[in-house]
Write a protein that binds this ligand. Structure first.
Ligand code: NAD
Length: 260
């Protein structure tokens, strides 16, 4: 039960972030949504969640490339919803290209959105959580926070960085009842992956099913996508009181990918 708790979830207008936002709201918690998208569609999602779950759902448009906007989003939760109990650093983007051709602007963008935004949000959230005497910080990293794949240099570097940040924050706050953990999903069927499937199909000249079998799910021993419900499961454990001793850890929810 998350009644009375407030969660801020970056990149929650689609995919994993939206699923975690629904997990919070369906258990009675209030939520600040964030992310890109069509304003009318975002408003439908926001008001739809309020109606479905009877909680407060706000939207903050912070661009995760901008540290001060990220900090504003965290302050907005406290100001508008009165507290901040759960911070989920989830926003992320991908770009697939060989290292010698990797565009510098893509590198900067991925480091900013996938790594630095977690620093800015955590820095802003910690004083609020300290004052409240409890906090839960969840970083959505990736199997690529633990192992690499070719052509994903910026993403792999950023996700490894997120795991380093997770460990450091955990150590600094361990005595203050604030935990910080990383969830490391394997492939989940969301827009970020749909784009990769389409790109791979185009560049390799093979159909979608072949891309799934021979490229995407090749590294995932279960040969199926991880579901957002399966990620909500570990997330709800980590934010609960039972999760109090899980700290600075990386939880692989990847169908066995990183066991190989
Ligand atoms: P997604 O594309 O559905 O969601 C990404 C979210 O980030 C969206 O809400 C998007 O609007 C937001 N976002 C992107 N740029 C932003 C910016 N500049 N400012 C604010 N928001 C921005 O993809 P997803 O799969 O749900 O990804 C969520 C997280 O999960 C990412 O960090 C991703 O790296 C990670 N992840 C995904 C998979 C997977 O297979 N889908 C696997 C491992 C890790």
């Amino acid at each position: 039960d998350l009644k009375g708790q407030v969660a801020v979830i970056s990149g929650s207008t689609s995919g994993i972030g939206l699923a975690l936002a629904r997990a919070v709201a369906s258990r009675g918690g209030d939520v600040v949504l964030n992310g890109l998208g069509d304003p009318a569609e975002i408003e439908r999602t926001r008001s739809g969640m309020e109606a479905a779950y009877g909680v407060k759902v706000r939207y903050h448009a912070a661009d995760m490339r901008n540290g001060s906007e990220v900090a504003d989003m965290v302050a907005f939760a406290k100001h508008d919803l009165g507290r901040l109990d759960i911070l989920v650093n989830n926003a992320g983007v991908q770009h697939v290209e060989s290292i010698d051709k990797f565009p510098a602007d893509k590198w900067e963008q991925i480091i900013a959105i996938n790594l630095s935004s977690a620093f800015y949000a955590t820095r802003a959230a910690v004083p609020i959580m300290k004052a409240q005497g409890r906090g839960r910080i969840i970083n959505v990293a990736s199997a690529h926070g633990l192992v690499a794949s070719p052509y994903k240099s910026a993403y792999v570097a950023a996700k490894h960085g997120v795991i380093g940040l997770t460990k450091t924050v955990a150590l600094e706050l361990a005595e203050q009842n604030i935990t910080c953990n990383a969830i490391c999903p394997g492939f989940v069927e969301t827009p970020i992956v749909e784009k990769q499937i389409a790109d791979q199909a185009r560049t390799r000249g093979i159909p979608r099913e072949k891309v799934l079998a021979e490229v995407i799910l090749k590294s995932q021993p279960t040969r199926r996508f991880v579901t957002t419900d399966e990620l909500a499961g570990i997330f709800l454990y980590l934010v609960s009181d039972l999760g109090a001793s899980a700290n600075g850890a990386s939880f692989s929810i990847d169908g066995g990918w990183t066991a190989q």
